[in-house]
Design a protein around this ligand. Structure first.
Ligand SMILES: Nc1ncnc2c1ncn2[C@@H]1O[C@H](COP(=O)(O)OP(=O)(O)O)[C@@H](O)[C@H]1O
Ligand SMILES: [Mg+2]
Length: 237
């Protein structure tokens, strides 16, 4: 049994095939990259995995469970957490309260949710800001809070959608450290990221898609040297 896999995953929006027959496997414990030019279908793949959109055809299997047709909250309870490309914290709530909302995925007890959330904030190095209103955070801290909210749901598989976009090089380096720390804590990661330096440096394996279709897969070095990948990013000239 594979830890996670998609089989012929396909999503059509009317006549537009946003994800077209994508099959890939993720090994437990790895950081698996998903790359491709803008509009290639990366976020849609995440939206299918966590049940945000229904699948047009194909299958998604997590620890042997077929996810097709399950609502988002059940997929979250099964152990898949995600971040959103456009972060939307609960603006008037504090950082701690934001994380607690996620921790209620694991428990109905307020004290248990709070304890778990404090642990996650410590892990994400956000403890000092736990009482700040979310709307007052810098973009770097908002992205970190987005990761903390996903972690508080208790995932075994975490989907990260462009958590480094808009960050300074210093914040990116800290982001890379945090992602490695998450993996070292035993959480498997699928990461969508545009910053090639980050993705090539952090991933064990990478899948590249273009117009919703797989064009290459393999180690970072294999993908970086693949002609189809180079053309998708830079054009044929
Ligand atoms: N809800 C939707 N309705 C219609 N088209 C969509 C929807 N979501 C995404 N798309 C289209 O699907 C394609 C892939 O989008 P997306 O998955 O967001 O790409 P990426 O994350 O790789 O930039 C794009 O052409 C986009 O316009
Ligand atoms: Mg996207």
């Amino acid at each position: 049994m594979n830890f996670f896999e998609t089989q012929h995953l396909t999503k059509a929006f009317g006549g537009l095939i946003a994800v077209n027959d994508v099959s890939f496997q993720v090994v437990k414990g790895e950081i698996h990259g998903l790359i491709g030019p803008n509009g290639s279908g990366k976020t849609t793949v995440f939206n299918l995995i966590n049940g945000y959109y229904p699948i047009t055809s194909g299958k998604i299997l997590f620890e042997g469970h077929e996810l097709n047709g399950l609502p988002t909250w059940k997929i979250c309870k099964l152990g898949i957490g995600r971040t959103f490309q456009v972060v939307k914290p609960l603006r008037r709530m504090t950082v701690l309260e934001n994380v607690m909302c996620s921790a209620f995925n694991l428990t109905t007890r307020r004290d248990v949710a709070k304890e778990k959330s404090l642990e996650v904030l410590e892990f994400c190095e956000l403890s000092k800001k736990q009482d700040f209103q979310a709307k007052g955070l810098t973009i770097g801290d908002r992205k970190r809070l987005e990761i903390a909210r996903a972690l508080a749901t208790g995932p075994r598989l975490l989907l990260l959608d462009e958590t480094m976009a808009g960050l300074t090089p210093q914040e990116q380096a800290e982001g890379v450290k945090l992602i490695r720390k998450i993996r070292d804590a035993g959480i498997t990661i699928i990461i969508v990221e545009h910053i090639m330096q980050v993705i090539m440096n952090i991933c064990d394996r990478i899948l590249c898609i273009n117009y919703g279709q797989e064009i290459a897969g393999g180690t970072p070095a294999e993908v970086a040297n693949n002609q189809a990948v180079i053309e998708a990013y830079l054009g044929k000239e």
